[in-house]
Write a protein that binds this ligand. Structure first.
Ligand SMILES: [Zn+2]
Length: 254
C-alpha cells in the first residue's frame, strides 16, 4: 500500500438500502442516518455492498470455465487488459475523457486501470463489487474507492460530475443493464462515457466472446438504443481492434 488512502467524501454517498445520507462513525466505517445500517471499511474503501457479490458467471464448456476462472483473478485480469488490441480502445477512451473534470466515477472499475487515463482536472472515484480487484487497485493507488453495486449505486443523485462504464455491460443481463444505465443517469451531472465490445456476425469476434466471462454481449445498435433512451449522445464511435467496439459519450437526459 502507498501511503494514506484518500477517503470518499461522505456527502457523495448514499445508503444502498434506503438512499439515506451516511455519516462517519467514531472509529471506522459509516452509518446510515435514515435506516441505521452500519457499513465497514475494506482495504481503505467504503464497503457499501448489500449482498455478497455474485460469483463468476458460468461459461459453457471446460475451456471456457477455466478461462473464466482465471479471468476472475485480478492479476490475470490485468494481463488480459494489456493484451494486443487494447491499445486502440484505450487511446480512444483517453480522447473521450480529455475534458473530464471534477469527480469521475469508474462504475465497475476493476483494478482501476483507467485512472492514469484521466486528465489532471479529474478526481478518480473507483467503484466495483469485487474485493479482490480492490486489493489490486490499492497496490497502485490511494484514490477514493467504494465497494458497491453498479445496478444500485450507493451514491447521491447528481453527486458525481462524470462517469465511465468500460467493459461492464456485457456482464449484465438486460434488466441489470437497464438498471445500471438508470443509475448512471441518476448520479451523473455532466457526461457519461461508455465503452464496450459488441457482437458482430463475424466469426473471429464470436470466438473471442466464447472465452470472455461476460454472457451478455450485444450488438452496437442495441447498446446505442438503450444509451440514447437515457443520455443525449454527443459522440458515437464504432471501431475494430481485435473486437468490434462501441464508444459513446452523452449527457444525462432530465
Ligand atoms: Zn439506510
Amino acid at each position: 500500500m502507498l501511503g494514506a488512502v484518500v477517503a470518499v467524501p461522505t456527502e457523495l454517498l448514499a445508503c444502498p438500502a434506503c438512499r439515506g445520507r451516511l455519516e462517519a462513525r467514531s472509529g471506522d466505517g459509516l452509518i446510515c442516518l435514515s435506516c441505521g445500517r452500519i457499513y465497514s471499511m475494506f482495504d481503505g474503501g467504503s464497503d457499501l455492498l448489500l449482498h455478497p457479490p455474485n460469483g463468476a458467471e458460468a461459461t459453457t464448456g471446460p475451456i471456457g470455465r477455466t478461462v473464466a476462472a482465471l479471468a476472475g483473478v485480478p492479476l490475470i485480469y490485468d494481463l488480459v487488459q494489456r493484451l494486443p488490441g487494447t491499445a486502440e480502445p484505450r487511446s480512444r477512451l483517453r480522447r473521450a475523457l480529455a475534458e473530464a473534470r471534477g469527480v469521475v466515477l469508474d462504475a465497475g472499475g476493476g483494478t482501476g486501470a483507467l485512472e492514469p487515463a484521466l486528465p489532471s482536472s479529474a478526481t478518480y472515484l473507483w467503484l466495483d463489487a469485487d474485493r479482490r480487484k480492490l486489493k489490486r487497485f490499492r497496490a497502485r493507488s490511494q484514490a477514493p474507492a467504494v465497494l458497491g453495486d453498479a445496478t444500485n449505486l450507493p451514491l447521491q443523485d447528481g453527486s458525481v460530475d462524470w462517469a465511465v462504464s468500460v467493459a461492464v455491460s456485457h456482464h449484465l443481463d438486460d434488466a441489470s443493464f437497464g438498471r445500471a444505465l438508470d443509475e448512471l443517469r441518476r448520479v451523473v451531472r455532466e457526461q457519461v462515457v461508455f465503452l464496450d465490445a459488441v457482437t458482430t456476425p463475424r466469426s473471429a469476434s464470436r470466438i473471442l466472446w466464447r472465452y470472455d466471462r461476460g454472457r451478455h454481449p450485444r450488438p452496437a445498435d442495441v447498446l446505442q438504443r438503450e444509451l440514447a433512451a437515457r443520455f443525449r449522445l454527443d459522440s458515437v464511435e464504432e471501431f475494430t481492434a481485435l473486437h468490434r467496439y462501441l464508444l459513446v459519450s452523452g449527457a444525462p437526459r432530465r
